[in-house]
Design a protein around this ligand. Sequence first.
Ligand code: FES
Ligand code: FES
Length: 180
Amino acid sequence: MAPSTSSALTLNINGEKHTLTVDHRTTLLDALRERLDLTGTKKGCDQGQCGACTVLMDGRRAVSCLQLAVAAEGREITTIEGVADGDRLHPVQQAFLDLDGLQCGYCTPGQICSALGVIEEHAAGWPSAATTDVRPEAGVPELTAEEIRERMSGNLCRCGAYVSIVQAVAEAARAEKESA
Ligand code: FES
Ligand code: FES
């Protein structure tokens, strides 16, 4: 008997379980968009280079075009559809809106998911390539514009809204720190 090329799996997305049968080659991005109608996550390059398809997996950023859906079973996946609290926008979404961190908006879901990861990674003290003093005793580096640019560099914006995106991430990080 020929080996089966598809499997049934359950994905935990935005706190809800979804059971589906997918070909083993299906990416998480295609499962989200084509099978589950979660089209907020965008397909840009489909090669891991643009960040449009960024989601959070167990709270960390992942480009969903490079993840197989079958390998995402058992992980907590957050897409842009799961970021707001009902009708209340997440502070990162609000900052993008307030500061015009978008033009066409195609890259925005990925930028926002990435920004959520950045803010968490930074608050946890993770250094980036832009961090000048990486000694543990130096503590959490200041989230400067350079730090934000470096940490968000996996997300491309064809409209070039970068200046306001950096401002929005800085503002959201500041607001989250104040409310903590
Ligand atoms: S679509 Fe996944 S990184 Fe471009
Ligand atoms: S706002 Fe158009 S691609 Fe970023």
